[in-house]
Design a protein around this ligand. Sequence first.
Ligand SMILES: CSC[C@@H](O)[C@@H](O)C(=O)COP(=O)(O)O
Ligand SMILES: [Zn+2]
Length: 205
Amino acid sequence: MEQRWRELAEVKRELAGRDWFPATSGNLAIKTGSEPLTFYVTASGKDKRKESSEDFLLVDGSGQPAEETTLKPSAETLLHIEVYTRTNAGCSLHVHTVDNNVISELYAHEGSITFTGQEIIKAFGLWEEDASFTIPIIPNHADIPQLARVFGQHVHEDAGAVLIRNHGITVWGRDAFEAKKYLEACEFLFSYHLKLKQFSAITIN
Ligand SMILES: CSC[C@@H](O)[C@@H](O)C(=O)COP(=O)(O)O
Ligand SMILES: [Zn+2]
């Protein structure tokens, strides 16, 4: 089987092991060609914890299947297209977790959340002692083309992350390794932040 398929299957297996695909949520993509754009994306509506030869399908730059298939591309394929048309990223990952949903709700009114003073920020390639990492938070538009347009306004670098309010996070990187590293660092920061908030509240009250 093709190398890119195997890489994406490996990422999917690891994220499933973390239980980051509740209730069929989540979708993953990996670029296979740039001119013209083609990428593998998860098939829509499946339990992403399960593994099969029908987990991914190849799509083109408009999100249509690039080969004969009965599979439907992820409902959120347009977001992955934003990543691949605006940057040189090679892999994009979207997961729903309780932590990323709670963080997105808590900081939605600010439009972003910024982390600083944490060693794990180095995972984003930020090595200075006072480095900070900001993740934009966008509204969860039901209309996917509109969601993709708003999402695309925050996609500038080859690696990055955007939270969708009470929905989930989409993270991308130059390759599968970097995208997964970013995702794990984001979820680490969310979990840390929520725990700290909870313990601080208990101590104060
Ligand atoms: C029940 S999960 C909600 C879905 O609408 C969506 O947000 C999601 O992440 C999975 O959609 P999919 O079409 O399977 O890629
Ligand atoms: Zn989703």
